[in-house]
Design a protein around this ligand. Structure first.
Ligand code: HEC
Ligand code: HEC
Length: 449
């Protein structure tokens, strides 16, 4: 063998760990700071759009301030960190010297409950479609995306966004004029998962198709056409810190009284009926990381079917899946799985509505499949008035399907109609065998997680 080659290889092997050490180790604190202060996507709108946005709203004689109306119209939440008076998810940033309005992770991953905002709580109030359409219009442009970003308020089509944006990129992430056909679908109806459960998971996203250790996977959100391949490379270090921050988050504790005796009875039932999939909690927690085949779990399958094999193949050829090249086989490829991952249930009291498509408003409905409402709406507020401490989840009002006539799309998206694609609330019938009393005990136990 060529001696120079051997020397070079040896040198490579010897210096590789050194070059790793040259990066500062991932720091949750640094990650938090980066996440809350830095933009990773150039502004989508000029500052003028923000100044003019109220012209897009129906006139009203409310007492609410401009900021309150903005939050209510789109489902945004006050920022629990300095953000220039903007709600979580929006921020000012400049591109080529022009100041504009950008979005960040907290648009979807920042929520509130009981009047308190949390980074890492999924935003279940958001109407992403209205926000994009109206800000773009307020900027004097037309919203031209070829897919819906949200079909029903509180859920979004983040999967479609990834598929759409990746279809315009070559494997090296250079922009590609003619899009790849990655089978774009916009009826996946995704509820945003809480970030604090990630630390228990080995695989992430609803089907468990990606490796939790992958930093590049969570950089998909950066695929604005204005970000070049070099920008992705230079931000990877930041995202190591951001990942460390996400992995450091803890679920908030249930803030109302809990009946401890009843919860103890519930724990026994949980161990019999639920723990094999969702794990155990308390002192020495276990989590089995199980993915349940789609026909067995029986929940809506549009999310399962909606990310195509073509997308997976293209993703696996791309920069996103070439993490740590040459280091064993750790490339963090995505893979097809048989169904949905049973998630950890830490902080489950705070993350209604339930299931991957947000189709079940409360834990009581989740544990009694026959009681689940079929067509319903809610206030999309997140104060205690909107929350049901008995059933644990959001208060909803059932809607007579015959009363849904063509109307303002914003109003229509406030109605969750389970007969629509991606929105069925069947399946996960494991609570049906329990009596009403037993269900109450399990719910009391779930409040303690
Ligand atoms: C448009 C809304 C939206 C934005 C913006 C967004 N996400 Fe997400 N995120 C989602 C949705 C929806 C899912 C669930 C995807 C699925 O499996 O279908 C998700 C999943 C995740 C997960 C996996 C969670 C789990 O338990 O499996 C991580 C980690 C994550 N996002 C990080 C980020 C980061 C970091 C950013 C910003 C750089 C970001 N997201 C921006 C909507 C969003
Ligand atoms: C055979 C495995 C299995 C069993 C047993 C099981 N679950 Fe699940 N559970 C799942 C899967 C898979 C999901 C995700 C389904 C989806 O999102 O479509 C889920 C989802 C949930 C959710 C919603 C999580 C969220 O964030 O929206 C809750 C709450 C839950 N289960 C509680 C329970 C309770 C309580 C029991 C026992 C009565 C139980 N589960 C039994 C597999 C199981």
């Amino acid at each position: 063998m060529n001696r120079v080659f051997v020397a070079a290889t040896l040198l490579g092997v010897l210096t590789f760990p050194l070059s790793l050490r040259a990066d500062s180790p991932p720091s949750a604190e640094r990650g938090r700071e980066l996440l809350l202060t830095k933009s990773y996507v150039p502004p989508l709108w000029t500052a003028r759009a923000y100044a003019n946005i109220a012209q897009q709203w129906p006139s009203s004689s409310t007492e609410l301030s401009f900021e309150e109306r903005l939050r209510e119209r789109y489902g945004l939440h006050p920022a629990p960190y300095p953000n220039n008076n903007l709600p979580m998810g929006l921020r000012y940033d400049s591109f080529l010297g022009i100041r504009g309005l950008a979005i960040d992770c907290m648009l979807c991953h920042g929520g509130s409950i009981g009047g308190k905002s949390y980074v890492g709580l999924g935003n279940t109030s958001l109407d992403l479609q209205a926000l994009f359409e109206e800000f773009t219009k307020a900027d004097g442009r037309r919203h031209l995306l070829p897919y819906q970003m949200c079909n029903t308020r509180g859920t979004n089509e983040a999967g479609a966004t990834s598929v759409f944006l990746l279809s315009h990129r070559n494997p090296d992430l250079n922009l590609q004029r003619k899009a790849y056909d990655l089978k774009l679908k916009d009826d996946l109806c995704e509820d945003v998962p809480a970030w604090w459960i990630l630390k228990k998971k080995r695989t992430m996203y609803y089907t468990g198709g990606a490796d939790v250790r992958s930093v590049r996977s969570i950089m998909q959100f950066m695929m604005s056409p204005l970000n070049s391949p070099q920008v992705f490379q230079s931000r990877e270090v930041d995202f190591r810190h951001i990942q460390a921050y996400i992995l450091s988050l803890e679920a908030p504790k249930y803030p109302h009284p809990i009946n401890r005796e009843l919860a103890q009875q519930g724990e026994k039932l949980f161990l019999t009926h639920c723990a094999s999939c969702h794990g155990t909690y308390g002192e020495n927690p276990t989590y089995p990381n199980r993915i349940i085949p789609i026909d067995e779990i029986g929940t809506d399958r549009k999310r399962f079917d909606g990310i195509s094999y073509a997308f997976g193949e293209h993703y696996n050829r791309s920069w996103f899946a070439q993490e740590r090249p040459g280091w064993f086989l750790d490339e963090y490829q995505v893979r097809a799985t048989p169904g949905y991952q049973a998630p950890p249930l830490d902080g489950i009291w705070a993350t209604a509505p339930y299931l991957h498509n947000g189709s079940v408003p409360t834990l009581e409905h989740l544990l009694n499949s026959k009681s689940r409402p079929k067509v319903f709406t809610r206030s999309f507020r997140t104060d205690w008035d909107a929350y049901d401490t008995q059933a644990v989840g959001w208060k909803v009002q059932e809607v007579d399907p015959r009363s849904i006539t063509p109307q303002d799309p914003i109003e229509r998206r406030k109605i969750y109609d389970t007969s629509q694609p991606g929105r069925s609330n069947t399946g996960h019938t494991y609570g049906d065998v329990l009596s009403d009393d037993e269900r109450r005990a399990v719910i009391e136990y779930l409040k303690t997680l």
